[in-house]
Design a binder for this molecule. Structure first.
Ligand code: NAG
Ligand code: NAG
Ligand code: NAG
Ligand code: NAG
Ligand code: NAG
Ligand code: NAG
Length: 445
């Protein structure tokens, strides 16, 4: 975005928002308890083949993984006519869309959930620049509950680099795939849940984007679920959420649960609940870091050095859990050991799959009577073992006739991806700083 454009945007945004009268008296946060919203995989119902869905997701994961853990991503637009604006570049895209509605009366739309960033935003009319979206652009002038936030408001201050113009709080977000969104930070009433069972929550701070460019992934904005103050989970109480992702190719939506609905007594849970503490990385405070201490493949506990998963003082390294990355990325040394373990334990010649972009693959199905077994796999976290069913780490490429482990190498930290979290109830409890998980039949929830 050039400085000239930026100046134009700021001027227009300010003009637009000045024309909207402020200070509607929203109801105080009422007795909000919790809600359940359906999540859809972005490629569900697109009529794509299984192979295509996987190769697209792996490709997106690769670009997300390279930027998600990058600690040096502040770009500065120097010498612009208004001020020196700093923009933090966010990880690209995500994989799951949630349905919600904005404003009074409510305007339903879908947005990408992102456990790697915080801001909630949608495209707003009038558009200086907007991307095509499946639902009409939200028009704040037609909503009774819109109010823009002042620069001194705590939510404006919670932006990494708030931009203040005539006491109007302007946000600007850049994503690593080249997408941008800019507009005013405002309060609105959001409606969550389903058409038959929903809850309206007033005064949720979000970005009303009058200038947007780049991919919008068939949604109409994003819902940040990271650890920061502007994320949806931190604007609601109790501060916890859970998801239970149905089988990757299932047409059944996955439940996303907030507040009191996010609890571990679901009858769909089929195994023991385990819990592990979150770790904070001050360099990337929005991400959900965990302490991973080892990996077992088959009967072998791999000799992974502690340094492989360590979160370094400079904010590099570490291990996060994410909903927007599909396969799991392991730090290089750990990845090499996993690769070697598969190579020695699977009695087949290992090949790589160009279609999926994966290295740990075997010709499939194996010859009759070859006695081939895919080894079991367990992640050992601090206080919790995550033993994965084969379905959560092996991907079948029908066109190439290959069976591949859903792991990739990372030159920085490690990311536990959503493919590894299928049919698992995953609860993010921000109040107590713990992640809990248990095997579950997500399609029965
Ligand atoms: C919320 O629920 C009510 C009652 O079931 C329904 O009439 C309304 O359309 C729902 N609103 C949204 C935005 O889904
Ligand atoms: C926005 O919402 C917050 C949180 O409920 C509230 O404290 C604040 O007063 C609201 N601001 C405006 C301008 O509505
Ligand atoms: C949007 O959906 C259509 C079909 O539903 C699909 O062909 C297209 O690739 C999708 N776009 C993105 C950006 O995912
Ligand atoms: C589930 O557990 C929570 C506490 O973790 C409790 O408050 C809630 O009442 C329980 N819900 C049901 C349906 O048992
Ligand atoms: C490995 O496969 C070969 C050929 O299919 C077979 O002869 C051999 O017994 C197998 N080894 C093991 C340990 O299963
Ligand atoms: C996890 O597995 C290891 C190795 O099998 C075992 O020593 C440890 O006690 C287990 N931890 C939990 C919390 O089950």
């Amino acid at each position: 975005m050039s400085n000239r454009t930026l100046f134009l945007i700021l001027t227009i945004i300010t003009l637009i928002s000045s024309s909207i009268s402020t200070s509607y008296s929203n109801n105080a946060n009422t007795n909000y308890m919790g809600f359940r919203a359906p999540l859809r995989h972005r490629d569900a119902g697109c009529g794509l083949s299984k192979d295509k869905i996987i190769s697209r997701a792996v490709k997106r994961s690769k670009s997300r993984a390279t930027t998600l853990l990058s600690t040096s991503k502040v770009t500065t637009t120097a010498a612009n006519p208004v001020a020196s604006v700093k923009i933090l570049v966010r990880p690209s895209e995500g994989e799951y869309l949630m349905d919600l509605a904005i404003g009074t009366p409510p305007n339903p739309y879908s947005a990408m959930i992102d456990t790697g960033s915080d801001l909630i935003w949608t495209q707003c009319a009038p558009c200086v620049l907007c991307v095509d979206q499946p639902t009409p652009y939200f028009n704040p002038l037609a909503s009774k509950t819109f109010s823009r936030l002042t620069c001194s408001s705590s939510n404006c201050q919670a932006l990494d680099f708030p931009f203040c113009y005539q006491n109007i709080c302007v946000y600007m977000y850049s994503y690593s795939d080249g997408a941008n969104t800019a507009g005013v930070l405002a309060n609105e009433t959001f409606t969550f849940g389903t058409r038959s069972n929903n809850v309206s929550v007033p005064n949720i701070a979000y970005g009303c984007g009058n200038l947007n460019e780049g991919s919008l992934f068939n949604g109409s904005g994003m819902v940040g679920l990271g650890r920061g103050p502007l994320s949806l989970v931190n604007q609601l109480g109790p501060k916890k959420f859970a998801y239970c992702l149905t089988y990757f190719f299932s047409p059944i939506s996955s439940p996303l649960l907030f507040g009191s609905m996010a609890n571990l007594n679901s009858s769909s849970i089929t195994g023991p609940v385990q819990s592990t503490p979150f770790i904070i990385n001050t360099a990337l405070p929005s991400l959900y870091y965990l302490s991973l201490i080892g990996i077992t493949v088959g009967k072998t506990r791999l000799p992974i050095p502690a340094s492989a998963f360590a979160l370094n003082v400079d904010g590099t390294g570490g291990v996060i859990i994410d909903s927007g990355t599909t396969i799991t990325y392991l730090q290089m040394d750990a990845y090499d050991l996993v690769l070697q373990a598969f190579k020695t334990q699977v009695n087949l010649t290992m090949v790589s799959d160009d279609n999926f972009g994966l290295d740990i693959c075997f010709p499939w199905p194996p010859p009759l009577n070859s006695n081939v077994k895919i080894p079991s796999l367990t992640f050992h976290f601090d206080g919790a073992n995550m033993t994965l069913p084969e379905l959560n780490y092996m991907l079948y490429d029908g066109s190439a006739g290959l069976y591949c482990a859903g792991f990739g190498p990372s030159s920085d930290g490690s990311i536990i991806g959503n493919f590894q979290q299928q049919d698992m109830y995953v609860l993010y409890d921000l109040e107590n700083g713990i992640l809990s998980f248990a095997p579950a039949r997500c399609d029965t929830m």
